[in-house]
Design a protein around this ligand. Structure first.
Ligand code: PMV
Length: 327
């Protein structure tokens, strides 16, 4: 039996503008995880997908139809087998379980795919580099998101804070001093592909205005990256607030997100913003440890369906700034 797990993720700065080549910062969220287990089965059983959360237990062939709820998972399996040079699906059961809420910006699809690729490769006796895993997962992200930047698969496969620019070498972001986040779910499921498509339509109509907003967000992401790597965590909250106002102008906030962002700030968070695709899904707030409980309570009172506390740990080693990720 082989198994692998992968964390959730949160985008701290730069969502949406990252699709247009600007930088973004994302961190893994290890409190929630997706796990995949692969077990051999008797000859002739074929490959069976058992994903309790999706209420799916069926042969790979059945899940490979576009309308099937496990289609993305089946496609991940097929891409992985293809990459490993295996033409006929082996006899095995792939079991998936996950504590990452679906469609709310915590990277559930990419985490399930990452765990699946790793567990399958391991079971079939292959070693894939982190970059190869990330590239395979990107292919599944295309199914989920349409035109993904690649930030989700990268931060989840590398399981480290990243400074991400689409189509550029991956850069791991050194964290000089730990800081704390609360991640609150609006409870409104919001497919990222719809928000991304809406932003694209608006950008097509008003290219100059949207390019200017993307540039402002890029400048914030760069300042935040410098602050994180220098240990200037006090700068992060105000930068989150600024980034949020620009996301509002892109049209990706919602009344539920606004309510949570306001509640967090009023309860003493250092800053707050929506995180991910927006329109629903999650928001994040930077908090100092003594405020955590008060802000979490305020978020729940303002309608959050769940609140996760997560520490972005300082990274080991003397380095600061950006570091190329190993290939
Ligand atoms: O997967 P989500 O909802 O956290 O959002 C992804 C971030 C976007 O920038 C909106 C899209 C992308 O592909 O980068």
């Amino acid at each position: 039996m082989s198994s692998a797990c992968a964390p959730g993720k949160a985008i701290l700065f730069g969502e949406h503008s990252v699709v247009y080549g600007r930088p973004a910062i994302a961190v893994p969220v290890s409190q929630v995880r997706a796990c995949a287990t692969v077990e051999g089965t008797p000859p002739g059983s074929g490959l069976v997908i058992d994903a309790t959360d999706l209420h799916v237990c069926c042969p790979l062939r059945t899940a490979s139809k576009a309308e099937h709820p496990a289609y993305a998972l089946a496609t991940t399996v097929q891409h992985t087998l293809q990459r490993l040079g295996i033409d006929i699906a082996p006899d095995l059961t792939l079991r998936i379980s996950s504590t990452i809420p679906i469609a709310c910006g915590l990277g559930s699809g990419a985490a399930v795919a990452t765990a699946t690729v790793r567990a399958l490769a391991q079971h079939l006796g292959h070693t894939l580099s982190t970059l190869e895993v990330s590239q395979l997962v990107y292919q599944t992200e295309v199914l989920h998101h349409g035109t993904p930047s690649g930030i989700d698969n990268t931060v989840i496969a590398f399981e480290q804070p990243i400074y991400f620019v689409k189509d550029q070498p991956i850069q791991l972001l050194a964290v000089k001093r730990a800081f704390w986040l609360l991640i609150a779910d609006t409870g409104v499921a919001s497919p990222t592909r719809i928000a991304v498509a809406d932003v694209r339509r608006a950008w097509q109509k008003q290219a100059a205005a949207f390019e200017a907003l993307f540039d402002k967000i890029a400048a914030i992401a760069d300042q935040a990256a410098a602050a994180i790597s220098n240990g200037n965590t006090a700068a992060l909250g105000p930068l989150m607030n600024e980034n949020h106002e620009l996301l509002v102008r892109l049209g990706v906030s919602s009344p539920e997100l606004e309510r949570l962002v306001r509640a967090a700030r009023e309860a003493g968070a250092q800053g707050a913003k929506l995180s991910g695709g927006g329109r629903g899904g999650n928001m994040i707030a930077q908090v100092s440890p003594p405020e955590t409980q008060r802000v979490a309570t305020a978020l729940k009172k303002a309608g959050a369906s769940s609140v996760i506390a997560s520490c972005v740990e300082a990274t080991a080693g003397p380095g600061s700034g950006w570091q190329a990720a190993p290939a």
